[in-house]
Ligand binder design. Sequence first.
Ligand code: ADP
Ligand code: MG
Length: 254
Amino acid sequence: MTTNRAADAAEDAKAIDVQGLRKAFGELEVLRGVDFSVARGEVVCVIGPSGSGKSTLLRCVNLLEEPSAGRVMVAGTDVTDPDVDIDLVRRRIGMVFQAFNLFPHLTALENLTIAQRRVLRRDRADAERIARANLERVGLSDKAAAYPAQLSGGQQQRVAIARALSMEPELMLFDEPTSALDPELVGDVLAVMRGLAQDGMTMLVVTHEMSFAREVADRVVFMDGGVIVEEGTPEQVVGAPRHERTRTFLARVL
Ligand code: ADP
Ligand code: MG
C-alpha cells in the first residue's frame, strides 16, 4: 500500500470531515447531501432558518442521530463505521445545547465532576481540581457550591460549558447555546465562547448571533432545506451574501 504523507497530514488537520451526509426521518429528508469540514483550531458558525437541518447536522457528528448515508469523520475516526466505539469518540467531543441539562440535585462543582469520575475514572481530587479550573475559566469560581436553581440561565449555561470542558474535549459543538437566555444574559455566555475560540478550541457553533459569527467565526456556513447554500468568511457570507436565500434569511435576523 502506498502512503501519501501530505494527504494524511491534511486529513489529520481536520477535526470534522463530513461527506455526502444524508439524513431522513421516514419520508422527510432533513439533510440532503452535506459536505463540509472543520480544521483543528477553526471556529465555524452554522446559520440558517429553523428546520433547515442545523441541529440534525450537529447530532450526526456525534452520532446522536445515525446518518442515512455519507461519511462523518471526527479527528480521523469514521464515526459511521459500525466497528467504532462511539462512546470513545463522544468523549472527545464536548456538546452544549440550548437547554442546559444540568443535574438539578447536584451543585455546580458536582455537575462538573460526575462524568469525569464515572466516565474518565478520575479520582475525586483530580476531578475537583479540573472542575474548579473550568469554573474559573467561565467566570464562576464563586458558584461551585450553588445548585442550578440558584443560578441564572446564563450562569447555568456557563456551568454546562465548564462541564463539557472538564472532559477535555478535542472539539466543542454548540447548538444555539444562547437561544433560551434572556437578552441581558447572552453576552456573558458569548464572552466565554469567544475566550475558548481565542484559546484555540475547535468549535462548530449553530447560532443566530450574527455579531458573534462576524467577530469570532473563521468561517460561516449557511444552510437551508437540508443543504449548504453557501459558506465562506463572515465578511463573505454575512457581509456580502451571494445567494438570495442567504440575503432573505439575514434580512430577518440582522
Ligand atoms: P434546525 O436545527 O435547523 O432548526 P433540525 O435539524 O432540528 O433543524 O430539524 C430539521 C427538520 O427535521 C425539521 O423539519 C424537524 O422537524 C425534523 N426532525 C428533526 N429531528 C427529527 C426526529 N427525530 N424525527 C422526525 N423529524 C425530525
Ligand atoms: Mg436546531
